[in-house]
Design a protein around this ligand. Structure first.
Ligand code: NAP
Length: 499
């Protein structure tokens, strides 16, 4: 059934962590005319989609939560997927977002209408809505990446991606292959290793792994958090400062890197006594180049008798299983793709065109860039949440997303103030601001280990860092504290003047 077209002041696209955060801040600034369009039938984004066994957050919930909606459990340190999803539902309920959520509406196209000075949102069912401003919050980890392997279609068994887990497919007693060894695989493998008959873990390149503290707090710490006033806030502050002061310098090739590498090596040596297996699990690149895996269960699972770490490259998939380049065919009835996400495509598969009809995929042909990760010049009143270079490799992404949501709400408030005075204006970033921003990103990127010779999901095929923020979180917060008139242009709604 097609929907009725409607005009909204602000269209938020996506009801995950970022979309909900933006919606909360809009309301806090007295802006109530907005709709959150969500393609699925539920909120939660990546925390709705990733339901694989063992799915959870390896950032403590005290930090993986908004400051305006503290998630402070005195018992649980690391929340599992159902707990994070429940937290997001609570945020939506507590902040009165539910009436704003419009489920089952996939926005497939965004087109700035120069004549009308507003955005046209095309939906999957063909209906077109319009909006004065658009906030995209579609995530960086939302499009599953499937491996491009010959013969994949010929496989006669069951295959699925970790982010699209097939809960109707019982794994008990089966022969299973997992492709990929990132954070998702490291959580899945220990959960299923004891249930399946054989498990082959196909590793293309190893990851550095650090031990993960217990999911639950030690009873003493738990009692402290429960009873000492201010303890929860102090704990959050401690986690934040440790990430800024130790982890970021390590990722920027500082001396702390040696400490982390030492811890990772000791963890590996302690859990994997077999020197041959240990050698295959030792990465040849600096710690942090790929996202560090946090797990105390992954290595012991690999050492089980029914589990084999396969490091010979995959040659092809056949009807019966996976054949490696040495000619070995390992027959399986299930293939699990733990192969990550199409992270550098950002707003895809939405087709986005700005003033003068310029296409975003054309503007971004050498890599996604946006001033503050939020504004793309020539795309007025379009605000990106969790856009290019705003992912954190050392701290909780809720921090940059919260900073953005308040910043975007301020921009909308500014526009709204003009509209109330009968002035229809749009906000566009200056090209010079983006150039200066990109220079800052590139300089920072060159100092990090992310641009070293390893594959990771933070850079595009050219090796340009497109996803991560290479500086302190505190700096990002400062830069997004309020809209900077020197970086932005306020123009009459309509076709933008030449830049
Ligand atoms: P990922 O880190 O991108 O890992 C994908 C894995 O698949 C890599 O080992 C990669 O090998 C392998 N791979 C990809 N294509 C392949 C192919 N054609 N043949 C063989 N192997 C292939 O993806 P992820 O594990 O889903 O994690 C993504 C991100 O999600 C994480 O980095 C993290 O930020 C987030 N996450 C977080 C948590 C948490 O606890 N907070 C949990 C899960 C995920 P190469 O390394 O050789 O490319």
């Amino acid at each position: 059934m097609t929907e009725q077209p409607r005009h909204v002041q602000v269209a938020v696209i996506g009801a995950g962590l970022a979309g909900l955060g933006a919606a909360v801040q809009l309301k806090r600034r007295g802006l109530h005319s907005f709709t959150v369009f969500e393609k699925a039938g539920d909120l939660g984004g990546t925390w709705r989609d990733n339901t694989y066994p063992g799915a959870g957050c390896d950032i403590p919930s005290h930090l993986y939560s908004y400051s305006f909606a503290p998630y402070r459990d005195s018992a649980v340190r690391y929340p599992r997927q159902p707990e994070v999803l429940a937290y997001l539902r609570r945020c939506a309920d507590d902040h009165g977002l539910v009436p704003h959520l419009r489920y089952g509406t996939e926005i497939t196209a965004l087109r700035y209408d120069d004549a009308a000075g507003h955005w046209i949102l095309g939906t999957a069912d063909g209906t077109e809505h319009t909006a004065d401003a658009v906030v995209t919050a579609v995530g960086q980890l939302s499009l599953p990446r499937y491996p491009d392997l010959p013969g994949l279609d010929e496989f006669a068994g069951t295959a699925f991606h970790t982010a699209r887990w097939d809960h109707d497919h019982d794994l008990d007693g089966r022969d299973v292959a997992v492709i990929g060894t990132g954070s998702s695989a490291a959580q899945v493998v220990p959960e299923i290793a004891g249930r399946v008959r054989r498990l082959y873990v196909h590793q293309r390149s190893p990851n550095w792994v650090l031990p993960k503290p217990g999911e639950r707090f030690h009873p003493l710490l738990s009692a402290l958090l429960r009873t000492v006033p201010g303890a929860h806030g102090a704990y959050r502050g401690l986690l934040f400062r440790r990430s800024e002061a130790v982890l970021l310098p390590a990722l920027r090739r500082g001396r702390a890197a040696a400490l982390l590498a030492f811890m990772a090596r000791r963890h590996l040596a302690g859990q994997v006594p077999d020197p041959e297996l240990r050698a295959r699990l030792t990465p040849p690149f600096a710690i942090g180049c790929k996202r560090i895996v946090l797990s105390s269960e992954y290595f012991p699972a690999l050492a089980r008798d029914n589990v084999e770490l396969v490091t010979d490259p995959i040659a092809r998939v056949t009807e019966k299983g996976i054949e490696t380049r040495d000619g070995t065919l390992r027959e399986v009835d299930t293939i699990i793709h733990a192969t990550g996400f199409r992270t550098t495509e950002f707003l895809a598969p939405m087709e986005v065109s700005g003033s003068g009809g310029q296409r975003l995929d054309e503007v971004w042909r050498h890599g996604a860039r946006a001033h503050l990760g939020i504004h793309v010049p020539g795309f007025p009143n379009l605000f990106l949440m969790y856009g290019p270079n705003t992912n954190l490799g050392h701290n909780s992404v809720t921090l940059t997303i919260e900073a953005q949501s308040d910043y975007v709400a301020q921009c909308v408030q500014l526009l709204s103030g003009h509209a109330e005075r009968g002035e229809r204006v749009v906000l566009d970033a200056r090209e010079e601001a983006l150039t200066a921003w990109q220079r800052r990103i590139d300089e920072g990127a060159a100092r990090t280990v992310w641009t070293d010779d390893c594959t990771n999901w933070f850079k595009n095929a050219d090796g340009t860092l497109t996803n991560n923020w290479p500086y302190k979180t505190a700096l990002y917060r400062r830069l997004t504290a309020r809209p900077d008139p020197a970086a932005l242009r306020l123009l009459p709604a309509g076709r933008l003047p030449a830049r």
